[in-house]
Design a protein around this ligand. Structure first.
Ligand code: SF4
Length: 109
């Protein structure tokens, strides 16, 4: 060990609460996919079907949707996240719904 290194305080790096709470992302079905897939040119059913299909099979969909609903700026909603379109998330936001349980199958109305 160099003399300079010996003077430095030892740092014990631990995950922050934020890093630890985002571990679910490690299991995301979209991990490694092209992000462009989740930003279709419009929100027509045919355009959002492919990203929705990925989200439908995602084991962390509930965590993903809860996270985006808690952190996304309501006026700046883009892309398909947690299997929902920006318009669907606006409806959830206006209704004041909290996502607390895993979604089963279908779409968010
Ligand atoms: S629900 Fe969709 S956007 Fe969210 S982590 Fe899973 S695949 Fe990605």
């Amino acid at each position: 060990m160099s003399a300079r290194a010996a003077r430095l305080p030892l740092l014990h790096l631990v995950p922050t609460a934020t890093a630890a709470s985002h571990r679910w992302r490690d299991n995301a079905a979209c991990l490694g996919l092209d992000a462009e897939l989740f930003f279709p040119v419009d929100n027509r059913a045919a355009s959002v079907e492919t990203p929705r299909r990925v989200c439908r099979g995602c084991p962390v969909r509930a965590e993903c949707l809860a996270d985006v609903m808690a952190t996304e700026e309501p006026a700046r909603r883009f892309g398909v996240v947690g299997g929902t379109t920006p318009g669907e998330r606006r409806v959830l936001h206006r209704a004041g719904l909290a996502i607390t349980t895993p979604l089963v199958g279908g779409e968010v109305a």
